[in-house]
Design a protein around this ligand. Structure first.
Ligand code: NAI
Ligand code: MG
Length: 494
């Protein structure tokens, strides 16, 4: 719990909030309505700051600025290599301000400072540098067509990109979306999540310091049904990139239909984590703990269905429960803390209601299952055993520190059960049998499969979902393709 004595042992300073306004056309401004909304520290449930609340009127201004910056001024004239240099400069500034940004992420989101420092920030920097390198490598082809013609393709920026991001990795989601958009030469209007707007705004300040021309990056914090929906409907926005819940994606798809926007979605999951008896048991247990409890279980790719081969079920469960109980909950600014609070009251309530459902449907709660402490949205690391495929905790995304163990016997059986979900984001398999590992990897309908590891992310490796886990991919060359339009040019040669 966050107590006075815990405060005395804080290993990281709480940073000052420097920016709470909207970024439109290179200027920091209030919302047209003058409205603000509060953002809270989920570890203490106290207000951190009031942030300008953008809505349709502000989206209108931001899209206008982004459209203008896309079509005229410095940005379209910039050589591709210089776009890359700006992204490199931004990455350098993030690196120079790593401690402050990590602290701000911890303050607004609740994630342990050790994770913000060791995972979020390094991944942000890597992503920006990776896409900086792509800016001048967007080549077309020359194509031999019939007749005496010269035919070639160009990859042109898709235009104004509307980007709507969630609260679980606020800075990282901004980097995943800015990196490819800016490398390709698009301009951006981003709506950060209402729970966690602060790091995105600070990143906006750093982008201006890096030298991005006005209007290239516009930031409009606010709520989904107001600011988010206005961005989706706006006829001058060419593409929407969204990360969040599939139900929101369904609304976005409907609202984007009249303007036929390009859409990329990175949605949730109910990812199977398959443990065979011939695995390295300790590695599998550690990877399973990490694969579910990392980031308080608030990961789209969380390994929330843990299929364990019956032969090792008992040994696996014993070791896993021990590790779950050893997790250190507490002040996220304490560098020994490994689990912070959930992001807000709504997520906290949703997770506890799933725990109740699990118990109600007959799963065995081996550890956890309750609120931790009296203040802050902390939930004990929770492990359910004896979970069956049809229980709601095995079907629906919980997005919290709740792990389900489902025993299995045969490879064919576990593949079939792993695929029995509407999701298809990620999967993992633990085995020393190379052939079996790849058989499972090829049979599971998921966008990412990890073998003998979990949550290994890299800016160069595409990420995204099959089925209701998404459309399109982020990261890698695939992530860049979504920010370009392919143009074919044909010239008669005689
Ligand atoms: P959400 O999908 O409602 O929110 C994500 C973003 O979309 C936020 O910026 C939000 O303001 C915006 N948004 C909401 N409604 C919108 C609309 N009508 N038009 C345009 N933008 C809109 O997710 P929420 O409510 O924060 O979390 C609910 C559940 O979604 C979680 O419990 C979790 O299961 C899942 N989720 C999945 C994430 C992932 O990484 N795939 C991230 C966040 C949530
Ligand atoms: Mg929502």
């Amino acid at each position: 719990m966050v107590t006075a004595s815990a405060k005395a042992h804080r290993s990281a300073p709480v940073p000052k909030v420097r920016q709470t306004q909207l970024l439109i056309d290179g200027k920091w401004v209030d919302a047209k309505s003058g409205k603000t909304f509060a953002t809270y520290n989920p570890a203490t449930e106290t207000k951190i700051a009031d942030v300008a609340e953008g809505d349709a009127a502000d989206i209108e201004r931001a899209v206008k600025a982004a459209r203008k910056a896309f079509e005229s001024g410095d940005w379209p004239k910039l050589d591709a290599r210089d776009r890359g240099r700006l992204l490199h400069r931004l990455a350098d500034l993030v690196e120079q301000n790593l401690e402050e940004l990590a602290g701000l992420e911890t303050l607004d989101n609740g994630k342990p400072i050790r994770d913000a420092r060791a995972a979020d920030l390094p991944l942000v920097i890597d992503c920006l540098r990776y896409y900086a390198g792509w800016a001048d490598k967007l080549h077309g082809d020359t194509i031999p067509i019939r007749g005496n013609h010269f035919c070639y393709t160009r990859r042109e920026p898709v235009g104004v990109a509307g980007q709507i991001i969630p609260w679980n990795f606020p800075l990282l989601m901004a980097a995943w979306k800015w990196g490819p958009a800016l490398a390709a030469g698009c301009t951006v209007v981003m709506k950060p999540a209402e729970q966690t707007p602060l790091t995105c705004l600070r990143l906006g300040e750093l982008a201006i310091e890096a030298g991005f021309p006005k209007g290239v990056i516009n930031l409009v914090p606010g709520y989904g049904p107001t600011a988010g929906a206005a961005l989706v409907r706006h006829p001058d926005v060419d593409k929407i990139a969204f990360t969040g819940e599939y139900r929101t994606a369904q609304i976005i798809m409907t609202e984007a239909a009249p303007t036929l926007k390009r859409l990329t979605f990175e949605l949730g999951g109910k990812s199977p984590n398959i443990i065979f008896a011939d695995c390295d048991l300790d590695a599998a247990v550690a990877g399973t703990e990490f694969g579910l409890f990392f980031n308080q279980g608030q990961c789209c790719c969380a390994g929330s269905r843990v299929f364990v081969e019956e032969k090792i079920h008992e040994a696996f469960v014993e070791k896993l429960v021990k590790r779950a109980r050893a997790r250190r909950l507490g002040d996220p600014f304490d560098s020994n803390t490994t689990q912070g609070p959930q992001v807000d009251q709504a997520q906290f309530d949703k997770i506890l209601s799933y725990i109740d459902k699990g118990v109600g449907e007959g799963a065995q709660c081996l550890t956890g299952g309750k609120r931790w402490g009296k203040r802050g949205f902390f939930i004990e690391p929770t492990v359910f055993d004896g979970v069956t495929d049809s229980m709601s905790i095995a079907q629906e995304e919980i997005f919290g520190p709740v792990l389900s163990i489902l025993p299995f016997r045969k490879t064919e059986e576990v593949i079939e059960r792993a695929n029995r979900t509407t999701y298809g984001l990620a999967a993992a398999v633990w085995t020393r049998d190379v052939a079996k590992a790849h058989q499972v990897a090829h049979s599971v309908r998921a966008g990412t499969v990890w073998i003998n590891c979990y949550d290994v992310f890299d800016a160069a490796a595409p990420f995204g979902g099959f089925k209701m886990s998404g459309i399109g991919r982020e990261l890698g060359e695939a992530g860049l393709a979504n920010y370009t339009e392919l143009k074919t040019v044909t010239m008669k040669l005689s």
